[in-house]
Design a protein around this ligand. Structure first.
Ligand SMILES: Nc1ncnc2c1ncn2[C@@H]1O[C@H](COP(=O)(O)OP(=O)(O)OP(=O)(O)O)[C@@H](O)[C@H]1O
Ligand SMILES: [Mg+2]
Length: 254
């Protein structure tokens, strides 16, 4: 069974059916993609998975448990982590402090077992919180910027800080909303490798992203949304040949 599922997820804003009957399955230890044109309902779907928005109907199931009625903080505690399309970092805090906040939150919860950056450390390493912050900064290429205030960073780098903070919480499933936007080609390449490593270490990732080559490279399974509905799902090879997807999205994507 998938670690995270949505069943018939639907939300209506007045007359606008923004997301309709969406069934997603996010497998454990893999990167799953959610793609589609602007306004298709991707961010809105994330907001319903996290509990920011209440669906009109449908369910969110985490590890077999219906979490649809739980608040955002409870879902976070159960292991749903995320980053935002419009970056949310603590801009007056340094890069290091932003990641440290994630560690402190997790320590407050007493979470130790979920997959996370610790799994990227050398085998058998016992990490202190400070070591873990250093490790995350290193993995994300942020070490030399550790003492810079997050508000002074480029968009791409601020996204990585947000990712670092989310990783420090050690989510079971991590939702990434356009994590590569603002990254240059080399950064995107490295980011793709990192996603793979995180998934291999046991983290489950659901990624919304317009960088199609990146999605095709790292996602084991891809779901395509158009006008709030899933029009296709499958492997990269399936999706790239799907006529409905070519017409709705890939034909016009970069
Ligand atoms: N709070 C809201 N109130 C009313 N309409 C909303 C709200 N949030 C989203 N919508 C509408 O829902 C639809 C889906 O928007 P959403 O932001 O989820 O798209 P998206 O797939 O993330 O697009 P993009 O690729 O541009 O980020 C749009 O028509 C949008 O205007
Ligand atoms: Mg969006």
């Amino acid at each position: 069974m998938a670690l995270l599922e949505t069943r018939g997820l639907t939300i209506r804003f007045g007359g606008n059916l923004a997301v309709s009957e969406v069934d997603l399955a996010v497998e454990a230890g893999a990167v799953t993609g959610l793609i589609g044109p602007n306004g298709a309902g991707k961010t809105t779907t994330f907001n319903m998975i996290c509990g920011v928005l209440a669906p009109t109907s449908g369910q969110v199931i985490l590890d077999g448990r219906d979490v649809s009625r739980l608040g955002t903080h409870k879902r976070a505690r159960l292991g749903i982590g995320r980053t935002f399309q419009r970056i949310e970092v603590f801009s007056s805090m340094t890069v290091r402090e932003n990641v440290q906040v994630g560690c402190e939150i997790r320590q407050g919860w007493g979470r130790t077992t979920a997959p996370g950056p610790q799994l990227l450390a050398p085998k058998g390493a016992e990490l202190t919180a400070a070591d873990e912050v250093d490790l995350i900064l290193d993995r994300l290429g942020l070490t030399e910027h550790a003492e810079v205030r997050a508000g002074q960073l480029s968009t791409g780098r601020a996204r990585l800080v947000e990712l670092g903070r989310a990783l420090a919480i050690r989510p079971r499933v991590l939702l990434l909303d356009e994590p590569a936007s603002g990254l240059d080609d080399t950064e995107t390449e490295e980011f793709g490798l990192l996603l793979r490593q995180l998934a291999d270490a046991g983290l489950s990732i659901l990624m919304v992203e317009h960088d199609v080559p990146l999605v095709m490279k790292v996602c084991a399974q891809i779901f395509v949304l158009d006008f709030g509905r899933i029009i296709a799902s499958g492997t990269a090879a399936d999706i790239q040949q799907n006529e409905a997807v070519l017409n709705a999205y890939l034909g016009s994507a970069k």
